[in-house]
Design a binder for this molecule. Structure first.
Ligand code: FES
Ligand code: FES
Length: 156
């Protein structure tokens, strides 16, 4: 076991865990933030996406020892009142179906818009292709990201 001081959603947490423990385990089981989901556990589905200094990472495959001084943001810390532009667009387009993948989708979309405020449809598809949705909400996800970017799809 080793002690780590990690910054999550602006708050310091002292955790005493194995150095190879994935960040997802620390978030859910040690700190008690359950919004980030476990899907595949192998960096293949995106359900566990969080931000490390505004970059999307897959917390199921990211060891706690690699965080260092980095700033972690989870869905709980994305906005004060659930009013991040991506969250508002998600609501407007009623994106979720079962909802299981949606934390990861929202976090990945927010990281995309941080880097590229006005992505094209092709850029959205490229950035989001690794976030799987068993319910097939892909078209609504795309529409919501365009809305959040201020370039909503219109019917002409
Ligand atoms: S649970 Fe991490 S990518 Fe699937
Ligand atoms: S909304 Fe069900 S898996 Fe995506």
């Amino acid at each position: 076991m080793a002690k780590y001081s990690i910054l999550v959603n602006g708050k310091k947490h002292e955790v005493d865990v194995l150095e190879d423990m994935p960040l997802l385990w620390v978030l859910r089981d040690i700190i008690g933030l359950k919004g980030t989901k476990f899907g595949c556990g192998k960096a293949l589905c995106g359900a566990c996406t969080v931000h490390l200094n505004d970059t999307a990472i897959r917390s199921c495959s990211f060891p706690v020892s690699a965080i260092g001084e980095g700033k972690i943001t989870t869905i709980e810390g994305l906005s004060e009142e659930g009013d991040h532009p991506v969250q508002e667009a998600w609501e407007k387009y009623v994106v979720p179906q079962c909802g299981y993948c949606q934390t990861g989708q929202i976090m990945n979309a927010a990281a995309l818009l941080k880097k590229n405020a006005k992505p094209s449809v092709a850029e959205i598809e490229q950035a989001m292709q690794g976030n799987l949705c068993r319910c097939g909400t892909y078209n609504r996800i795309k529409a919501a990201i365009l809305e959040a970017a201020g370039t909503p799809v219109t019917n002409g």
